[in-house]
Design a protein around this ligand. Structure first.
Ligand SMILES: Nc1nc2c(ncn2[C@@H]2O[C@H](COP(=O)(O)OP(=O)(O)OP(=O)(O)O)[C@@H](O)[C@H]2O)c(=O)[nH]1
Length: 262
């Protein structure tokens, strides 16, 4: 998951490549009805069920409304997904999600998709990508972290934050960068305060406190050409999936239905 253009499809391709190299059986599932091309062709593809282009053309929806419609359509046709998933019981699926963050933050759509997958006994781990450039601007970083936190809270699945496109961060000093991998909340607040009017200092402090309470300020760096960073992310995903396996089986909560026409 993650905002548009943050590198989700590239992440998926990198991870699939890595999994294939270490001999894991892995497949790509595409949940973006507007996706155009992939490095690996998806084994399961929402576009086989519905495409954004068709919805926009036939129902005269705009791109965002159309996307919501497509995912609602998927939710109303989960037997299609169940059938597609039938043959992948013991394999890893990497799910490439759309970049509209409202799907994770306030629409319950992704939550309901996760609930359905859990009912089918899949264990799920969320990986949320933010671009490394976010750390060059503190307020941008806060906004990104809060969108990641919002996704974590609404999906209620193990959640890993990843900083993508690390190769583009040439100019940032190493020590400054490390601050974001295991950040000190006080330093983050000071840095934000330094560039903002004193009117916002209490707000900055409260935000940093909140994101620190949820342990959301920690990020794993992803450099797609660096095997170590890929292996580290993979091992966090493995730990999260193992954690899920060790939990008592739980009946996922039913989320409320929303009438989008209204
Ligand atoms: N330099 C650099 N570019 C990257 C990296 N990852 C992705 N990109 C580029 O960023 C652009 C967007 O990458 P995608 O992987 O398509 O991003 P996405 O999040 O799937 O995009 P949407 O599905 O449109 O939201 C592409 O031009 C990629 O080549 C990276 O690690 N480094």
């Amino acid at each position: 998951m993650g905002p548009a253009g943050t590198g989700k499809s590239t992440y998926c391709a990198t991870m699939i490549n890595h999994c294939q190299n270490i001999g894991r059986s892995v497949h790509l599932m595409n949940l973006d009805p507007a996706a155009e091309k992939f490095e690996y062709s998806p084994s399961i593809d929402i576009r086989d069920l519905i495409t954004l282009e068709d919805v926009m053309e036939e129902l005269q929806f705009g791109p965002n409304g159309g996307l919501i419609y497509c995912l609602e359509f998927l939710l109303n046709n989960m037997d299609w997904l169940e059938e597609e998933l039938g043959e992948y019981e013991d394999d890893y699926l990497i799910i490439d999600c759309p970049g509209q963050i409202e799907l994770y933050t306030h629409f319950p759509i992704m939550r309901r998709i996760c609930d359905c997958l859990q009912r089918m006994h899949f264990r799920i781990c969320g990986v949320y990508l933010l671009e490394s450039q976010f750390i060059e601007d503190n307020s941008k970083f806060f906004a990104g972290v809060m969108s990641a936190m919002s996704a974590m809270i609404s999906l209620e699945i193990p959640h890993i934050n990843v900083l993508s496109k690390m190769d583009l961060l040439g100019k940032v000093k190493k020590q400054e960068l490390e601050r974001y991998f295991d950040p000190d909340p006080l330093l983050l607040t000071d840095k934000a305060n330094a560039s903002m009017s004193s009117r916002f200092h209490d707000l900055n402090k409260a935000i940093v406190q909140l994101i620190d309470d949820y342990n959301m300020v920690s990020f794993l760096p992803l450099n797609i050409t660096d095997e170590d960073s890929i292996t580290t992310i993979m091992s966090h995903v493995d730990n999260a999936l193992q954690f899920e396996e060790d939990q008592e089986p739980k009946e996922p909560k039913d989320t409320f239905d929303v009438d989008y026409d209204e």
